[in-house]
Design a protein around this ligand. Structure first.
Ligand SMILES: Nc1ncnc2c1ncn2[C@@H]1O[C@H](COP(=O)(O)OP(=O)(O)O)[C@@H](O)[C@H]1O
Ligand SMILES: [Mg+2]
Length: 322
């Protein structure tokens, strides 16, 4: 087997002041050309885990353990300058709110050109590249688009512009943090098929974050399920959907709207509220909400065990153990 493009090992993230553990023992690999999804409720540590890859953690939060290897180099040891060389070029990021990445007072054409300029000298061919990139993501009137400001686009079109910007340098890994959450379902589906098509064409690896399992089912090859700052289960989409082993994953799946009743609102079938990552202690993070909880779940924390195909962190897994 080839070696992973990105490898995250035993990642731990905490607040700097009054240290609180926010992410603990997160490990996963992404292979060349592979698309991996991270799912979990709000607050489960998805965003912090991916921001740490590009050394973009917010002030007051830092990596306390683990390593993040990209093509064999440990990114946690990179200088800010080395990191700038990777960011946007090898690994690009798409955010939930396009305005995080786009400058509101600069025309789109200039912004995209500047994105190229931060990695290489620009010339007339660069301008053509900007046009091609906008065309490729389905921006209808490219001539007009390059002269427009971000606010002149609809939410969906702004996301397309941001995806065009992310793809400009032909990154090998695209990280997307819930980029379609704020969009309505139809626009969301259009953006997802656009991204899926670009990924196939470019054989690009992808890490796609969402709080909605239904969104990523057709987009990714493997899934990582996070709960309270930990990975509770991971595996191929087929394994996760047909043989969920962690009670939390099973709960997430049963809360998906059924295809026979697509209008049905998301059900909350998991009783209780998500655990704060720093309050987990030495027990299983899901124990307080788990219908299968036993004494041993409160005495020590299960470790993620299994294969790339399927891993689970539970003493009393349901379904067939890996
Ligand atoms: N800048 C910050 N300072 C302190 N705590 C934070 C900060 N950002 C996030 N957190 C906390 O870290 C946990 C994980 O957050 P996050 O990664 O944003 O979750 P998700 O993306 O899964 O919703 C949450 O409990 C959140 O409140
Ligand atoms: Mg988030």
């Amino acid at each position: 087997m080839t070696s992973p493009l990105l490898s995250v090992k035993s990642l731990g993230i905490s607040t700097v002041q009054d240290p609180k553990i926010l992410v603990k023992d997160v490990s996963f690999d992404i292979y060349p050309g592979e698309a991996v999804g991270i799912v979990g409720e709000s607050g489960s540590g998805k965003t912090l885990s991916v921001l740490s890859i590009l050394n973009l953690l917010p002030r007051g939060v830092h990596v306390i353990e683990g390593c993040i290897t990209y093509k064999g180099d440990d990114l946690t040891t990179f200088s800010p300058e080395q990191m700038r060389g990777i960011r946007g070029k090898d690994i690009a990021m798409v955010y939930q709110d396009p305005m995080t990445a786009l400058n509101p007072v600069m025309k789109i054409g200039k912004q995209l050109l500047e994105a190229i300029e931060s990695h290489e000298k620009v010339d007339v061919r660069s301008e053509q590249r900007v046009r091609d990139a906008l065309g490729e993501v389905g921006i209808p009137d490219v001539d007009r688009a390059i002269k427009s400001y971000p606010h002149e686009f609809s939410g969906g079109m702004r996301q397309r512009v941001m995806i065009a910007m992310a793809l400009l340098m032909s990154p090998q890994l695209l990280i997307a943090d819930e980029p379609t959450t704020a969009l309505d379902v139809t626009i969301q589906q259009q953006i997802l098929s656009l991204v899926a098509e670009q990924r196939r064409k470019r054989n690009m690896s992808m890490l796609w974050i969402t709080h909605d399992l239904g969104v990523v089912a057709n987009l990714v090859d493997r899934l990582i399920v996070m709960y309270a700052g930990r990975i509770v289960e991971s595996g191929t989409v087929k394994e996760i959907f047909t043989n969920p082993q962690h009670p939390y994953t099973a709960g997430l799946l049963s809360s998906l709207p059924t295809t026979s009743d697509p209008e049905r609102k998301r059900l909350t079938s998991i009783a209780g509220v998500p655990q704060k990552p720093w309050l987990v202690g030495d027990s299983c993070s899901f124990a307080p909400r788990c219908f299968k909880v036993k004494a041993d779940c409160l005495e020590s924390a299960p470790r993620l065990e299994g294969t790339l195909e399927k891993s689970v962190s539970c003493f009393h897994a349901i379904g067939v153990k890996p």
